[in-house]
Unconditional design. Sequence first.
Length: 440
Amino acid sequence: MSVTATVDVRPLVRNDSVHHSVYSDPAIFELEMDKIFGTAWLMLGHESQVQAAGDYFLTRMGREQVIVTRDAKGLVQVLMNRCTHRGAMLCHNPKGHVHSFVCPYHGWTFNTEGTLKSVPTPQGYGQEPSQVLDRLNLARAPRVESYRGFIFSSLAEQGPGLREWLGHMSSSFDDLADRAPEGELEIAGGVFKHVYDGNWKLVIENHLDGVHPNYVHISSVHVAQGAPDPGQPEKYSDISVRQMRQNGAPEPVWEAIGMWTTDWGHGYMGDYHSDSRLVVGLNNPVFQEYRRRLESRVGTQEADRVLGVTRWNSIIYPNVSFMSQFRQVRIVQPLAVDKTVVYTYNVRLKGAPDEMFRDTVAFSNVVNGTASWVLTDDLEVYGRVQTGLSNRQPEWVNLARGLGGDVPDVDGTLRGGTGTSEVFIRRQFGAWLRYMTEAQ
Ligand code: FES
Ligand SMILES: [Fe+2]
């Protein structure tokens, strides 16, 4: 039980605004770690990161540091990264392969299911050491499920199943996975990790925000507008110019895009661009080879359908932002009320030409790398927002853009009346309040 569990958060969320303290009060952050990150489904990664028994990687679930591994039976396990003896962090390397996890302090050894297998001099625990030691297996996340290979886990014993909770958003994962000529994805290469001085909600809000690019990213838009025209079919290096120009699209373009949201705070931006405007190499031989491979597996009609989906960022609240067009997955990890780390992974479409993955990595460098044209702008503004929100006046943060124009749409979604409606933030706070006030 947290000492913060008595904070009454209901008055902090209104239909058109939220109180600034939801971004800046450490007590509310602690409550979020209990009530949101301590219960919601959190995406941890992808099954390709733990292909073989004994493969593992480290990540976080709110405050908890966890090991994601595949056990000897082939099941994905999410183990708390804390030795059950005197509490040492059990595993230190960010990823690897083990037969068992051996604590660096006194050598307690756990198998990949988290079962304590051996301790030194067990007679120190009496005639029947098992009576003590059998209770000292690693703690495990109670629920682990996957969708299209993406691993989710929840620290709550009870709650909606993953598919029910994802709802309409499962179609965004389908959009990503269906693009693979072999029907499967893998996370490949390394991971970008960047820390910013701001609340975790800022990045989740920013990725569906269609107003900010023309302001936050205007310097790179200007550079791109002055650059030579991209588009030579044989060239494969136009990502940055195309992306920056798209960020500078005029207001009517942003107003016309689609914005869909769900009850659990998820959402996605659709119709942001068509391949002809952005995706590198539509007429490129590499892209044509990719299309040919996709068609040979699913047929021309299905390939047209798959490639005709024009979603941009999808948000799975509270900790994921991903996009199928350039195959990026960003996992958000809160560290403190004003500090957050984001892990960015690149996804490879199995069966696609290798150059497609190079394209993905290049996009990652342009948009998600710490020296990118885009991310650096956003990180600066997150810091400024956090500084502003630490002011006590004015008390309220305005979220009224598009209020009243939101309309029910396909599969239980609520759609913004325009593409720049702040409906996605209002829906995120609807989910926030639900998590924060639900009894556990
Ligand atoms: S703390 Fe892990 S073996 Fe002692
Ligand atoms: Fe941005």
